[in-house]
Design a protein around this ligand. Structure first.
Ligand code: PAF
Length: 283
């Protein structure tokens, strides 16, 4: 399996192997790969001749230095996992910070039509500027025809679609459904850092989202929200940061339910000092 640490070498390889009208897929990741990532890569492999998997813990999207320091870095295991997919089409790009940022490790400032101020944007200052910066750079370096992102980070997905539209980037952004473990917990690289007790209780998040979905058919958004908040108050091991029912296009909190709009319930929860997010389609 080819692993490139330098963008110039990656570009050299791609220029040589992408002659003709071949489809190039990109799956951007921060490593600590799990089955959720593998499902994105498998989708990408079905529709592309070459799939670049980038593994890069992007410093500019962390608003919390401690979270950045503790973010799992498991390149060797990640490479082994990708090898197990047995595909010559996969190319790994695992750069050092300098290869992407040079000397200037700062995010650009973006406007995403207000999507960046809601939910994660309100609680993680500068996060989406960091995400926008790295994703735009990866698009410039790799020049993919298709790029794959998980719906667990639904707000991120909508923001990346907006980035592509506003900057007219020649790439198709594809959202892939959330991959869950058997007990319902959405897979995340952060799950590995949960204590045993927190891991055991964490499926409560999705269980509550599913109940919220069934209530949303008959109850108002306010009633559903209050009910969710009450459930978490009874749960000493989990601390609810927010539960918001929002329009999928604007990500603005719902005012009055409309049958013409599509809504999702979005949640962020602390399990100890690990922050978990999830979401569910409501209608
Ligand atoms: O979703 C992630 O893992 C990251 O935000 C991404 C898209 C790889 C950018 O660093």
């Amino acid at each position: 399996m080819k692993v490139y640490h330098k963008k110039a070498e990656l570009s050299g390889y791609l220029n040589e192997h992408l002659k003709g009208a071949k489809e190039l897929g990109l799956v951007p990741t921060m490593g600590a790969l799990h089955k959720g990532h593998l499902s994105l890569i498998e989708t990408a492999l079905k529709n592309n001749d070459i799939v670049v998997v980038s593994i890069f813990v992007n410093p500019t999207q962390f608003d919390n230095q401690d979270d950045l320091t503790k973010y799992p870095r498991t390149l060797k295991t990640d490479i082994d996992l990708l090898k197990s997919l047995n595909s010559d089409a996969i190319i790994i790009y695992a750069p050092a910070v300098e290869d992407v940022y040079g000397e200037d490790i700062n995010a650009e400032t973006f406007s995403f039509d207000g999507l960046e101020f809601e939910m994660e944007g309100a609680f993680r200052k500068g996060h989406f500027d960091g995400v926008g910066t790295i994703v735009k750079r990866l698009f410039e370096i790799v020049k993919p025809s298709n790029a794959y992102f998980g719906e667990k980070d639904f707000q991120q997905l909508q923001i990346i679609k907006k980035l592509v539209a506003l900057h007219q980037l020649p790439v198709k952004v594809i959202g892939c459904s959330i991959y869950r473990s058997d007990d319902g917990l959405a897979l995340s690289s952060r799950n590995a850092r949960l204590t045993k007790a927190h891991r055991e209780i964490a499926p409560f998040i999705y269980k509550t989202l599913k109940s919220a979905k069934s209530m949303f058919g008959t109850k108002s958004a306010k009633q559903v929200t209050e009910w969710v908040e009450k459930q978490f108050k009874k749960q000493p091991l989990l601390e609810l940061e927010y539960f918001t029912i929002a329009d999928v296009l604007t990500l603005k909190p719902i005012k009055r339910k409309s049958t013409k709009k599509t809504y999702r319930g979005f949640i962020a929860v602390y399990a100890g000092d690990i922050r978990l997010i999830d979401n569910i389609a409501l209608n």
